[in-house]
Design a protein around this ligand. Structure first.
Ligand code: SF4
Ligand code: SF4
Length: 336
């Protein structure tokens, strides 16, 4: 099998709703990005979950909702949220750590739930469980198999960090054997735990050389094995135009304390552009993330420069070696 690589441009007229319905989780992953100091500990009620979905529904736009947590399947009414989102015309995804609480597979259906995504950060228990906790690999892969047997569309999300980049290639035989056809590779961001807890001399982040050497190559091999792979662009080519998703797309990262961000890199800070108050979506006053989106700098993404400056290197003239793309810009490699 061969493959076709392309950058997935930002889609105007489309909205993506990343909906954190609670922040509680049964796991304590070492790189967890959830920050309860900023996002609270509320679990939304079923009524509020449904009302907030209505706030973001727009029948004239293709809308995708991704239910997140914490662990979203710990919410006893997740299946109602899925059904409500589908009734509002949205494409529905649940991102789970694999535990699938509250009998999710039997409480919803593959017709209502378009994608069920499992987070797995290593091709075996040794690598994955050193990051996500003991027993997680076995639970996650067992439930993936169950979901596939019940005809759910299953995908896997792998967060690349210095702890697991060398094992990325091992995911290809694992996903092929389980029958997963969709693979999302993410890059670790310094948010939540990973901004606090450092690991080894290198820290969590991977170097540009490691990323560029390993990720595109493994993605191509996975596509050649019949798996559709999506991964962040990260480094722009010289002739590629920089665009900030905060200016050109509609992405909403909703937290249960009512904060709504347009950019995920901003989530550790009280600079959200929008908030939900009394079930109304309103703009926030003062300095917020919207002000940063306008800034045009040689390094590309301004929030990356502010929050993760170690990802940027400079030549002898002080020019950045690479411009950093918007973290929401993706590349995909499709089996053909
Ligand atoms: S990364 Fe996800 S699964 Fe892990 S502790 Fe955080 S919310 Fe839970
Ligand atoms: S990651 Fe950077 S480029 Fe993307 S929305 Fe945020 S500030 Fe804009």
């Amino acid at each position: 099998m061969t493959s076709l690589a392309q950058t997935v441009g930002f889609q105007s007229g489309e909205r993506n709703i990343f909906f954190h319905i609670l922040t509680a989780c049964n796991l304590s992953c070492r790189h967890c990005y959830i920050n309860t100091g900023q996002h609270g500990t509320t679990t939304l009620s079923r009524e509020t979950m449904e009302e907030w979905l209505e706030l973001f529904a727009d029948k004239d736009k293709k809308s995708n909702v991704i239910f997140l947590g914490g662990e979203p399947t710990m919410h006893p009414d997740l299946s109602h949220g899925i059904a409500k989102a589908k009734a509002l015309g949205m494409a529905v995804t649940v991102d789970s750590n694999g535990y699938l609480f509250n009998d999710l597979l039997n409480k919803t259906t593959p017709q209502l739930l378009d994608y069920l995504s499992f987070s797995l950060d290593g091709p075996n228990a040794q690598v994955n469980d050193s990051i996500r906790g003991e027993g997680v690999f076995d639970m996650c892969t067992t439930n993936m198999r169950k979901a596939i047997a019940m005809n759910y569309s299953v995908s896997v999300i792998y967060t690349v960090s210095s702890r697991n980049i060398e094992h990325l290639h091992g995911m290809i035989p694992l996903l092929a054997e389980i029958g997963v056809k969709r693979f999302f590779i993410q890059v670790i961001g310094l948010r939540g735990n990973s901004a606090i807890e450092t690991v080894g001399e290198q820290g969590w982040q991977v170097s540009p050389e490691q990323w560029l050497d390993i990720v595109p190559r493994v993605a191509k091999q996975a596509a050649e094995a019949g798996i559709h792979v999506t991964f962040p662009k990260v480094f722009l080519e010289k002739d590629e135009v920089f665009e900030c998703a905060g200016l050109v797309t509609e992405n909403y990262f909703i937290f249960p304390n009512g904060r709504v961000y347009r950019c995920p890199l901003c989530e550790d800070h009280p600079i959200h552009a929008l908030e939900i108050k009394d079930n109304q979506l309103t703009s926030t006053d003062g300095l917020n993330e919207d002000s940063f989106f306008q800034l045009n700098i040689a390094e590309g993404c301004v929030m990356n420069k502010l929050l993760q400056p170690d990802t940027i290197s400079y030549d002898v003239q002080g020019k950045p070696d690479h411009r950093i793309s918007c973290c929401l810009l993706k590349q995909e490699i499709i089996p053909v």
